[in-house]
Design a protein around this ligand. Structure first.
Ligand SMILES: [Mg+2]
Length: 167
C-alpha cells in the first residue's frame, strides 16, 4: 500500500538558523539568488537521510514541502543536495500546506496513510484541520529559533529519529 510522507525543509531537515547566521541578513536574498556553487550539505540535520530511508522502508513515498519565496527555497534545497531523496519537492508560496496536500492527494487515499512533519504549529494545525486522520508531528529541534512555541495538543518530537516508531 502506498503511503505519503510530507516533510518540511527549514528547521525540520535543514538547520536554517545556523545557515542564516553565516550570511548577512541584509544581503541574504541577493546572495542566495546568485548562488550556484554553494554547498549547503553541512547544514542538513544528520538524521535526515536515514529517516527518509526508514520512511521508504515503511512504505512511505517522501515529498518535501516548503513554504516561502520559491527562488530562495529552491536554491537552499538544491544546494543542500537533498532533491534526489524525494519523489518530488513542492514549493508553496501562498495559502496553506494543508490545502496544497489535500488538493495534491485529490481525496483518493486513506487519511491514515499520510504523515506530516513541520516545525511550525500553524502548518501542523492546517494539515490536521483539512486532513483530520493524518499523523502529524511538530518537530522542535533543540536550539532552533522557534522551539518552545505554543503547541498544546500536538505530538512533539525533537528529532526525526523519534518519528520512526510511529511510521
Ligand atoms: Mg520549517
Amino acid at each position: 500500500m502506498v503511503k505519503y510522507l510530507f516533510i518540511d525543509f527549514d528547521r525540520t531537515i535543514f538547520d536554517t538558523d545556523s545557515f542564516y547566521n553565516h550570511l548577512e541578513q541584509a544581503v541574504l536574498v541577493d546572495q542566495i539568488k546568485d548562488a550556484s556553487d554553494l554547498n549547503l550539505a553541512a547544514f542538513v540535520y544528520p538524521d535526515t537521510i536515514s529517516f527518509i530511508w526508514n520512511a521508504r522502508q515503511a512504505g512511505y513515498l517522501p515529498y518535501l514541502i516548503t513554504y516561502g519565496d520559491r527562488t530562495v527555497q529552491q536554491t537552499k534545497v538544491r544546494m543542500s543536495g537533498l532533491e534526489s531523496l524525494f519523489v518530488n519537492v513542492f514549493y508553496v508560496e501562498q495559502g496553506s500546506k494543508g490545502d496544497f496536500i489535500r488538493a495534491f492527494l485529490n481525496s483518493f487515499v486513506s487519511c491514515e496513510d499520510i504523515a506530516f512533519i513541520d516545525d511550525l504549529p500553524e502548518h501542523i494545525n492546517g494539515v490536521r484541520t483539512r486532513i483530520p486522520q493524518s499523523k502529524t508531528f511538530l518537530i522542535c529541534r533543540p536550539g532552533a529559533k522557534r522551539a518552545g512555541q505554543q503547541c498544546d495538543g500536538l505530538q512533539i518530537v525533537e528529532s526525526l529519529s523519534a518519528v520512526i516508531p510511529f511510521l
